[in-house]
Design a protein around this ligand. Structure first.
Ligand SMILES: *Cc1c(COP(=O)(O)O)cnc(C)c1O
Length: 400
């Protein structure tokens, strides 16, 4: 069967989606990223590689993750609400999907070590897990402030055998951790690979991370057809760097009847520094080797990104999302901290599922859509579980 290719584009050879993406790198590193591109293109349709990856996705991660019809939410909000349960994956979120792919690729390329950055520690844990499994060394760069905040994840990474490198420059959070990891990588790229935490970074990472995450959309599309006999009317995912969302969206971009929504974090408000809504408030700029919509002031200084969900607080966003916004295929809406917190409790109380605060942004937007589209089918990507957020929520947002 021929499928019509409308919006589900690959980047140009230089890694551009429209004017976004690319590779803004020093020469030596550029050559290395080109080698990664070449290796990735060689393995992505290789039956032996895919057999190994698919076996791990099934028996190690636990895929396919189910699509669950949330009947209690549906009854209350008036639309048929379905959840894609990425929260049930090993390690508790979608990140393991691309970390396993990247680690397998690293092995194929003969690398000995994986270098990665982490904010709240979720990407660090997924990377350390994949590294342990594949017998690779693992260096995780993490801001000192985040190390103090995310102790359980730091301990997990240590147990898994990763080295944690504390970053003490600037705000000592995610952006500086990426800066430091890049510097380390530029010295070690002959023996190491950089495993980026989302569908961001220089080409080929946005394309590669989308490829490894696209299993979410492929599974979900078939599961909706099996469950309901049709496609959903609306699909929703939260957007940090954009990996879980692009993974879901890629399965539906060519289905013109499906309306697609990304939930961006509005944090405390619209002012620069109060949110991490790069697609809504960002302007074209270059960060960490690629062009995207970027939160910055009038002089082009990159702003601090903020969200109650630390997995969403990156000042940039994946280049394909910038492109999908520009061509109008995807609607990006904002959700505040408080809206996410109430969705966190709503899902917990009505369905007995505690979502990650990141995913709570998608739930919040899905519930808003349900209220204005009664009777429609809405599929929400539940990107991860909330265990990591429980202590934080109880301390800062206890239910009265
Ligand atoms: C990291 C994370 C996100 C945000 O990352 P994306 O690359 O935008 O998907 C969302 N949900 C969970 C549970 C996460 O851990």
């Amino acid at each position: 069967m021929e499928t019509k290719i409308t919006n589900n584009v690959l980047p140009t050879e230089e890694g551009f989606f429209g004017k976004f993406g690319g590779q803004f790198l020093p020469e030596g590193l550029k050559a290395e990223f080109d080698k990664i591109t070449e290796a990735f293109l060689a393995i992505k349709d290789d039956p032996i590689f895919n057999q190994e990856l698919n076996d791990l996705l099934k028996n190690y991660v636990g895929r396919p993750s189910p699509v669950y019809h949330a009947r209690n939410l549906s009854e209350k909000y008036g639309a048929d609400i379905y959840l894609k349960r990425e929260d049930l994956n090993h390690t508790g979120a979608h990140k393991i999907n691309h970390c396993l792919g990247e680690a397998l690729l690293a092995k194929r390329m003969g690398k000995k070590k994986i270098i990665a950055e982490t904010g709240a520690g979720q990407h660090g844990v997924a990377t350390a897990t994949a590294a342990a499994l594949m017998g690779l060394e693992c260096d995780i760069y993490m801001g000192e402030v985040d190390i103090q905040k995310a102790k359980p994840n730091v301990d997990r990474m240590k147990i898994l055998g990763a080295n944690i490198i504390s970053v003490k420059s600037g705000t000592m959070t995610l952006k500086e951790a990426v800066d430091e990891a890049f510097i380390a990588y530029s010295k070690e790229y002959e023996t190491a690979i950089y495993a980026i935490g989302s569908a961001v970074g220089p080409h080929p990472f946005p394309m590669m991370v989308e490829h490894f995450q696209s299993i979410i959309g492929r599974e979900a599309r078939q599961q909706m057809i099996d469950l309901t006999g049709m496609l959903p009317d609306h699909i929703v995912a939260c957007v940090g760097g954009g990996s879980n969302s692009i993974g879901l969206f890629s399965g539906f971009l060519d289905d013109e009847s499906v309306k697609i929504y990304g939930a961006e974090p509005l944090g405390k408000g619209e002012k620069l520094g109060e949110n991490a809504a790069s697609l809504t408030y960002g302007k074209e700029g270059i960060l960490h080797g690629f062009k995207c919509l970027l939160l910055q002031d009038d002089e082009g200084n990159i702003a601090n990104a903020y969200s109650v969900a630390s997995g969403l607080d990156y000042p940039g966003v994946g280049p394909k999302h910038c492109y999908l916004k520009e061509i109008g295929r995807v609607n990006y809406e904002t959700i505040t901290d408080m809206e996410a917190i109430s969705a966190f409790y709503e899902l917990s109380r009505l369905e007995g599922i505690i979502p990650a605060l990141e995913s709570s942004h998608a739930i919040a937007l899905g519930l808003k859509l349900a209220e204005i589209n009664k009777g429609d089918k809405i599929l929400i990507n539940l990107s991860g579980r909330g265990d990591k957020d429980i202590e934080f929520v109880m301390k800062n947002y206890p239910l009265k």
